[in-house]
Design a protein around this ligand. Sequence first.
Ligand code: GCU
Length: 328
Amino acid sequence: MKNKTALLWLFVCLTLTISVGCKRKDAQPQIILKLGHTLDIAHPVHKAMVYMAERVSEKSADRMKVEIYPSEQLGTEKECIEALQLGYLAMTKTSSAPMEGFIPQMKIFGIPYLFRNSEHCWKVLKGPMGRELLLAGQSKGIRGLCYYDAGARSFYAKKKIRSPADLKGLKVRVQNSVMSVKMIIAMDGSPTSIPFGELYTALDQGVVDAAENNPPSFYTSRHYEVCKYYSLDEHVMLPDILAISTKVWNKLSPEFRQILQEAVDESVEYQRKIWAEAEKNDLKSVQDAGVTVTYPDKEPFRKAVQSVWDEFEGTDIGESIKRIREVQ
Ligand code: GCU
């Protein structure tokens, strides 16, 4: 009798497992959102998006899915933003730098030495201005969902950069951004815009002599294999932005919009936690790989870019600078 009951239970359990398994397999998500970006899968911002995608699946009971395509598989940042506008691509994560070409208000992030430190930056991003900027591109087909921490950008090159004088005559790779071009010119360097995915080869072959980025991007892109000097002048804090196509957003039901936004917001908290750690570890990793890290005096860099600040006086960007400086 005992054996019979045990057998019966085994049968019930097996049937249940199989049917649940089958259901899962059969259950196709109603919504699949493709997300293209440029970073490597070891990068903390990619990890945060994986976390977000997992939360979306959980919260929607697999009815909605975010599929992530890293490493420029779906195109450069500019191409991804354009695809978002047309509604061909649902989501992208880019630096705020290329966004300025589509949403002029975003130029504000390209003002060198704008934020006093990371706390100041996050206070602004989480405040009314940060929220306004996320939604500033809605009519252009781009709806910002959140900011991710991208720290501060600093120069790396095949030689030590101690002051702007060392940039004289140097070909410096910049992002697809007028503000980055202005900044490098103000520092006396020669800016060349190159997509992130092509930068390793460009540095390796001497198409450019230098570039600039935060430690996790310097490390995970392996640019440190080619550039052995990293000078932490921290000239600009350009947050990363996760955005969705307005066309796609408008088609989502209120329930799916809420699920997506909640998952995104949770991923921001997660990303900020892992970012600080990654910055520290990745700086150490490049040093272990033979990179000389230096901490130059920031004053000469600040002075050099004063002309970029002056240029915007009396404009909307000038007003935004004032608003940001007033945030305590
Ligand atoms: C950062 C940013 C990327 C961007 C890259 C670049 O790593 O997170 O979105 O592509 O800078 O310099 O192009």
